[in-house]
Design a protein around this ligand. Structure first.
Ligand SMILES: Cc1cc2nc3c(=O)[nH]c(=O)nc-3n(C[C@H](O)[C@H](O)[C@H](O)COP(=O)(O)OP(=O)(O)OC[C@H]3O[C@@H](n4cnc5c(N)ncnc54)[C@H](O)[C@@H]3O)c2cc1C
Ligand code: FES
Length: 364
């Protein structure tokens, strides 16, 4: 088994909507420290190929944790919320075929999205989520409401219809338990509501109305949903005077956004030229020869270091984060690293191609 993965037993599968369910895992006492997480982080699940010889067909997908650190510490429970995608391989398996009692290989938690909770915090947290984007947000807001008695949370949650709302009852229960500290607004794009604010997509006008109204004193924002929603919200919050350092976002999928063209430095090298890329991972160093225009550094490294961390291979999940300690690389896509992380030298190995004859990377 690859480093970071453990087999966890599925203890419960709870239908949430026609297309979505919550999957609960049991974490044995000896692994609880390894699975300790910050609300907002995610798990990578691995499904080995049906035919053990066909190692290249292993599938991995990332799912945000929707339960709280308290659930893990007290009962050894970890939970994810999965929405089935049309023709989706992994989400179809998790929502349609998986049964309690099965075991799944689950990587220890990762990701930079989220917030550390502390009983002394006194803050107003604003959350914007759409569809399955509620999963990390549910963990964040439940943890804050339970642990920080002085903090408030406002959630704006967009869906098409009320039948599509994941965790509908759980959110209503939270509202009942914390009526003065939790504001819950369901916005439905395909079902008329009493107010215009609550009908339609979460667009710039809606965000401006929220900023003028109940969200004007929000200290930190947590956004999770499709690329258009996150991009629109970031723009509207910035235009409304919210510093970007107070806006945190997680993306699940970016579709076919075009990759960045090959960098000028890489373009100077012939197709047959190779760079010597040295990677350090789990204290062990390996050197691989990587073309300037071919597969990514991650793909080249995986041939000799199958323990290299990855999930989406699409520049979205951030599991393959690495620090460049010598030489330079260019990336084709980046939806996971913040500008300050890029400035510090972090890259996504799955999107990186060498620019110099020698490169050194340290996986994080
Ligand atoms: C950091 C992170 C956290 C995530 N957390 C969650 C979560 O909590 N809950 C959850 O349900 N999903 C989550 N995802 C998405 C999840 O990892 C899978 O991408 C998703 O379940 C689809 O996988 P699949 O194998 O079913 O679809 P695939 O077989 O990979 O794809 C089938 C088709 O659907 C398209 N597609 C893939 N993903 C999406 C999508 N999200 N929306 C629209 N079209 C898509 C593909 O391009 C392809 O055409 C997360 C992703 C990331 C990167
Ligand atoms: S594996 Fe997901 S960003 Fe690289």
């Amino acid at each position: 088994m690859n480093a970071g993965f453990h087999s966890l037993a599925v203890t419960r599968i709870e239908p949430l909507t026609d297309l979505a369910c919550a999957v609960q895992f049991s974490v044995p006492a000896e692994l609880r420290d390894a699975y300790a997480f910050t609300p907002g982080q995610h798990l990578t699940l691995r499904r080995p190929p049906a035919d053990a010889q066909a190692a290249s067909q292993e599938e991995r997908r990332t799912y945000s944790i929707c339960s709280t650190p308290q659930d893990l510490a007290e009962r050894g429970e970890l939970r994810i919320g999965v929405k089935r995608i049309t023709a989706g391989l992994f989400s179809g398996w998790l929502t349609g075929e998986l049964r309690p009692g099965a075991t799944i290989e689950v990587m220890t938690p990762a990701g930079r999205f989220g917030t550390a909770v502390a009983p002394d915090n006194d803050r107003h947290v604003g959350c914007l989520a759409a569809g399955s984007g509620i999963t990390p947000v549910l963990s964040i807001l439940t943890s804050i409401l339970r642990t920080e008695p002085a903090s408030r949370v406002s959630l704006v949650y967009g869906n098409r219809t009320s039948n599509d709302v994941m965790f509908l009852e759980e959110l209503a229960d939270l509202k009942n338990s914390y009526p003065s500290r939790f504001t819950l607004l369901h916005v439905l794009s395909g079902e008329p509501q009493l107010s215009d604010l609550l009908t339609g997509r979460i667009d710039e006008d809606k965000i401006n109305l929220l900023l003028d109204g109940l969200c004007k004193d929000v200290d930190e924002w947590y956004l999770c949903g499709p690329l258009w929603m996150v991009t629109t919200a970031r723009g509207a919050l910035q235009a409304g005077g919210v510093p970007s350092s107070r806006v945190h976002a997680e993306l699940f999928y970016v579709g076919d956004e075009p990759p960045v063209p090959v960098s000028a430095a890489a373009a100077q090298h012939a197709d047959s030229d190779r760079s010597q890329v040295t990677v350090t991972l789990s204290g062990r160093t390996s050197t691989v020869s990587v073309g300037y225009h071919g597969p990514s550094i991650l793909d080249a490294v995986l041939a000799s270091r199958p323990d290299a961390p990855y999930a989406c291979k699409g520049g979205v999940c951030g599991t393959c984060r690495a620090m460049v300690t010598a030489g330079s690389v260019s990336m084709t896509r980046n939806y996971a690293l913040e500008p300050e992380e890029l400035a510090a030298g972090l890259v996504l190995a799955c999107q990186s191609h060498p620019e110099t004859p020698e490169v050194s990377l340290q996986f994080q």
